[in-house]
Design a protein around this ligand. Structure first.
Ligand code: HEC
Length: 193
């Protein structure tokens, strides 16, 4: 261990004393508005009260109330054209800045995030992820990626996930697997003019 000179130690102690004084002053004389907020009457969660007939501070939601928070156990919404269009919109506004419009990881932000580049969502690892797994990433975030549960509601997150899967499918779909009428249209469009 490095040895301190007695003078250095004294200076160090003195600086602690000064800091200590400052702190105490800040805590002993709170802003008058703060003091009022701290001392006003209030009820804490789970406390008893005589204000309500059941004696509980916490109230049950009225019958028929619709929860605004997410029910994560509810089944995902069915994939419809409407859901995909919503997903496309939200993905472009929320996710594409990092993962790229095609979800291939090609974005300006990606080139600047040196610590961990936003990955391509088209790589084998991500192609193997289930819809539910992708939903958890979009909800809770992952590593350096932020959570989106406050920004996108449950339906929007399922929509985004469905759009990611659409991008995954559309960029590796085989023409032979398309329904006959789509295949015909595509082959016509691909014909040299
Ligand atoms: C601010 C940039 C940013 C945004 C916006 C963003 N992501 Fe990410 N995402 C990342 C980064 C960085 C990682 C890798 C995190 C890590 O490994 O620490 C990641 C990881 C992921 C993964 C896991 C993939 C893997 O291989 O690690 C999925 C799935 C994903 N993001 C989906 C989404 C979706 C869906 C959205 C939009 C709701 C979104 N991301 C928005 C930066 C972002």
């Amino acid at each position: 261990m490095r040895r301190h000179s007695p003078l250095g130690l004294l200076a160090l102690l003195a600086s602690f004393a000064v800091l200590d004084c400052d702190n105490r002053q800040a805590w002993q004389e709170p802003d008058p508005t703060w003091a009022r907020m701290l001392s006003q009457r209030r009820a804490d969660p789970y406390e008893a009260t005589s204000a309500f007939p059941d004696g509980k501070v916490m109230r049950a939601p009225p019958a028929g109330a619709v929860p605004v928070d997410d029910d994560t156990d509810a089944p995902p919404p069915p994939v419809t054209r409407e859901l995909l269009l919503l997903g496309q919109k939200r993905f472009r506004a929320t996710c594409s800045v990092c993962h790229g419009l095609r979800a291939d990881g090609d974005s300006v932000v990606a080139t600047k995030m040196e610590l961990r580049r936003p990955p391509s969502l088209l790589d084998p690892d991500n192609l193997a992820r289930s819809r539910e797994e992708l939903f958890v990433y979009a909800t809770k975030g992952y590593g350096l990626m932020p959570a989106y549960e406050d920004m996108l509601d449950r339906n929007e997150r399922w929509a985004v996930v469905s759009w990611v899967q659409t991008l995954q499918l559309s960029q590796r779909a085989r023409v032979a697997e398309l329904p006959p009428e789509l295949r015909e249209r595509l082959e016509k469009e691909a014909e040299p003019q």
